[in-house]
Write a new protein. Structure first.
Length: 557
């Protein structure tokens, strides 16, 4: 929140530089506590003020910083002004710092940081976030899991910042797999199994019919025919398809709930069969569609026939493809939501796909294509459950729960809890999410159950543990002290460090909301944890702050 300190510094600067304070606020940042030698709380980067590149060593920058520092005056807010490398540094009056930060935390509670001057004046936007998007009857793999937690994080953060967010799950609910499923279900399906465990049963049927179709031409043919019937709108075939879809969604909703994830819309590729045909006509009318000798249709994006910039949008039988359906879906969402930004969260393997989709929208004349953004993430290797490869989201959740329960049982200091299953799941999920969010989203990483469940170090388990400890202190001692504290007791360096760290929370939120990387918030929370375990005076209320960090990851429900 920085508690208005940035604004106060900006006012003084604005008079001196004859610039509006709003333009100065973003050049003033809280000094990270990792830079121990700094006693200042805020710094003004002279470079960013002048809109220059970041060459702090340039002598003129230093001269300008010194000149500026000389002209500035201490006041009731700022008690010391100095210079650093290309910066002017400000130390806030200690008593004011303590009082203001604590009061702000108490007042704002889980909204601390969100009312910051960094966000004031930011227009409320309509944001569509499309994430998770598994394929019905196919594996729910680690990529879908990552998309789910990352998309959920982005949606939570944007919502917390006051934007209007629509969460869409775009299911893979169309294509040849339903031809196979239709045929497979007639051969090996059981109605009871479908009703009681649809995801599992459809997957089994799908695996079996795939094997069968490879050896038996008749099965393959009948699958083809079934899909043809679907494409032609045959009522009976569509009814079965609808049942598969509905039952799968019911199950998804139940499982997503365990993760604290929900969607405003369960959409899917099936919605865009007909609209894709309109897209093809539109492409054709604009002279962008080219027929090939094979009978398929392509869009040539570079104009010079370079094969890597060709996108196939129609099969030889006239049906649409993944990319065509994405074009139709994007146009439809624009009509429906009139979004300012649309974010797609998938693994980096789909980078080119989205580039091509956005480019095609652009050449079709949709200027809003530039409001579409793909957030790609890297591959996680080696996530296995005791049953083997991850096939269902539920497998991962159950594995997390059982491993964590085992860990809890093996640690002597574990307290008896009312609902060990639920506690194990919460703590385990925190472990998974923190591990996943620690690095740059685009990086691949090797997964290890042992590493994520370590109870010490930079793990979600340790974060949850610290939070629980602080919470229990508060339960023991009550919250009365919150209204009546003595600022003089919080002046030793470790306490000031925590106050300084709190000044930075809004910047961290701002950063994550700009580059959509959760790692800034994770590393903020880990630093907060490290700082707080050293200072007893803060322990009683700092859990509030951890909770609000957790909110973005849905580690608290
Ligand atoms: N169902 C797809 C898959 O599992 C992901 C969908 C991503 N979103 C999209 N609009 N194409 O690979």
């Amino acid at each position: 929140m920085a508690c208005g300190f940035r604004r106060s510094i900006a006012y003084q600067l604005s008079r001196l530089l004859d610039l509006p304070p709003e333009n100065l606020i973003k050049s003033i940042s809280a000094v990270p506590i990792s830079r121990k030698e700094e006693v200042a709380d805020f710094q003004l980067s002279v470079d960013s003020l002048l809109g220059n590149n970041n060459d702090h060593s340039r002598p003129d920058i230093q001269v300008q910083a010194t000149r500026l520092a000389e002209k500035l005056k201490c006041d009731t807010v700022v008690s010391e002004i100095s210079t650093g490398q290309g910066t002017v540094n400000f130390k806030i009056n200690r008593e004011l710092l303590t009082k203001t930060v604590l009061q702000q935390v108490i007042k704002d509670g889980s909204k601390y940081g969100l009312n910051s001057e960094l966000f004031s004046g930011l227009p409320q936007k309509k944001i569509v976030v499309e994430f998770s998007s598994p394929n019905v009857a196919k594996k729910f793999h680690v990529g879908h899991l990552r998309s789910t937690i990352i998309g959920n994080f982005i949606a939570n953060l944007k919502e917390a910042l006051g934007h209007q967010v629509t969460r869409i799950n775009y299911l893979g609910d169309w294509g040849m797999q339903f031809g196979l499923l239709g045929t497979g279900f007639q051969l090996f399906g059981y109605e009871e199994k479908l009703q009681s465990n649809p995801l599992q049963h459809l997957f089994e049927v799908y695996v079996q019919v795939n094997k069968e179709a490879a050896d038996n031409k008749n099965v393959a043919k009948s699958a083809h025919e079934f899909f043809q019937r679907l494409e032609l709108g045959d009522m009976q075939a569509l009814e079965l398809w609808q049942k598969f879809r509905d039952l799968s969604i019911e199950e998804y909703v139940r499982i997503y709930k365990r993760l604290g994830v929900h969607f405003d819309e369960y959409s899917g590729e099936s919605f865009y069969r007909e609209k894709s045909q309109e897209v093809l006509k539109l492409l054709d009318s604009k002279g962008l569609l080219q027929k090939t000798i094979k009978g398929t249709a392509i869009v040539n994006l570079s104009g010079n026939g370079d094969p890597s910039s060709i996108c196939t949008v129609m099969r030889s039988d006239g049906t649409s493809l993944y990319a065509t359906r994405d074009l139709a879906a994007a146009i439809d969402r624009m009509d429906k939501y009139n979004f300012d930004t649309m974010i797609y969260v998938t693994d980096k393997g789909q980078k080119k796909h989205f580039q091509q989709v956005f480019q095609m929208l652009q050449i079709m004349g949709y200027d809003w294509a530039e409001r579409c953004q793909h957030v790609p993430f890297g591959v996680v290797q080696g996530m296995k459950t005791r049953r083997g490869e991850v096939t269902f989201l539920e497998d991962v959740l159950n594995e997390i729960r059982s491993r964590m329960l085992q860990n809890m049982a093996s640690i002597k200091t574990t307290k008896e809890v009312e609902n060990p299953q639920e506690t194990a799941e919460r703590v385990g999920l925190a472990a998974l999410i923190i591990q996943d969010f620690k690095g740059v989203l685009l990086s691949d990483y090797q997964f290890s159950w042992d590493r994520i469940f370590q109870s010490r170090g930079d793990t979600g388990v340790f974060l949850q543990y610290t939070h629980a400890r602080l919470h229990s202190l508060e339960e023991t001692f009550g919250c009365g002290y919150l209204n009546d504290f003595n600022t003089a007791c919080l002046q030793e360096p470790q306490s000031v460090s925590i106050l300084q760290h709190l000044l930075r929370f809004d910047e961290v939120l701002y950063r994550s909301s700009q580059d959509l990387q959760p790692r800034h918030i994770v590393s903020y929370l880990l630093t907060l944890r490290n700082a707080v375990i050293q200072v007893s005076a803060f322990q009683c209320w700092i859990h509030l702050l951890m909770e609000l960090g957790f909110d973005f990851f849905k580690l608290r429900q």
